[in-house]
Design a binder for this molecule. Sequence first.
Ligand code: ATP
Ligand code: MN
Length: 459
Amino acid sequence: MSKRIKELLGSDPDGSLVKAEGWVKTRRDGKNVTFLEISDGSCLKGLQIVVDREKTDDKELEGVTTGASVTAEGYLVKSQGEQSVEMQLEKLTLLGSCPEDYPLQKKRHTVEFLREKAHLRARTNLFGAVARVRNTMSYAIHSFFQENGFVYVNTPLITASDCEGAGEQFQVTTLDISNPPRKEDGKVDYSKDFFGRMTNLTVSGQLEGETYALALKDIYTFGPTFRAENSNTTRHLAEFWMVEPEMAFCDLYGDMDVAERFLKYIFSRTLEKNEEDMKFFDSFVLKGVIDTLEHVINSPFEHMTYTDAIKILEKENSRFDFPVHWGSDIQSEHERYLTEVVAKRPVIVTDYPKEIKSFYMKLNEDGKTVRGMDVLAPRLGEIIGGSEREWRLDVLEERMKELGLRKEDYWWYLELRKYGSVPHAGFGLGFERAVQYVTGVQNIRDVIPYPRYVKSAEF
Ligand code: ATP
Ligand code: MN
């Protein structure tokens, strides 16, 4: 039976006969020997296969070029090179040849070029490592919550509610958009649409998540999220994965505590399980990324209120493109200043002005700020956004009125506050932002297999 290359590389070079399967990464022809490196994605390194050409029929090596798929049988022996083991070939079988126009010939490619070859890029060192780290992180997310008694809940992807109220939603419709049914006033008649109303792809599972938290206490969601972000940034996708825990009988302090323990847990797991991949990122993607993560894991996060953060930032207004004052949004450059210059570690900013946060955040006694929190990470900025939810029916209704939100649209959300309401809190982690942070990969488009963003949905 064939073994994964990772397993073979970790075995004793005991001369046993083994079989490996994979794609040829490189081929080097010497005078009497040919060296092949084959890789099967199980780890960063490939297995070196030594072909003694005196013993091998030349035909066997025909068509065995970079990118070709092969199975190789041979003896696992001690390697002369940097690796501990290599295979002394007995029998090579070519499965799929790979002509010269293969775009991933052995040389360095830019990530921009590879984005156009997204169907092949997982075969490169970089994208293979990203995929393995992404896998570990997904699993760690589930492990963290499962070990802490949270229930995994699947919230709908098609929804009629707009959680963030930001108008960044993709519409879902089966109407003929070139000729939709219209009402007398000329507006589109959505009662004729598939769901009998206007629907969108979800921008967050939070509201539905809250309903389950108010029954099961601690829940989390982990699923796709869609935002028609019309911004060309290195940290926004139109389709991304979000992790959203929600905890009943929990306030903002409990929320921040879970957020911090959660991030540290998934970072540690990845350093532990993907040592080789992480070393690769550290050498070729972002120098020092391992140290940064270790530092994050070992130091308590800094806490500051929005008001204090603004006080600090205002003094430095001359250095910012967007000077701040109380009431302004904290933007990327400010987030970086707070984390990289002021705290030199992640910072949790709390108690934002209500005007710049969502309607569902709990209003503070001052009537001006809300119990929201953002976790900001050095070099990335916002990685988590969360809050204690407004659980008092009258205050929530008042807030919605101020914002012009219609009670009818949120009737079920409001009923949660009517029937056995409790303090509760939660947060959302953008999964790709977390992968970006851990790997040091600069652009979010390179940490998801098939990125969707403005003007791009190929594959
Ligand atoms: P930002 O200000 O960075 O756009 P946001 O305030 O819109 O973020 P939230 O609505 O709080 O973010 O969403 C929760 C989390 O989801 C964010 O902290 C971030 O990690 C992630 N996130 C938000 N929008 C995107 C996006 N377009 N692509 C990838 N991740 C995102
Ligand atoms: Mn946003």
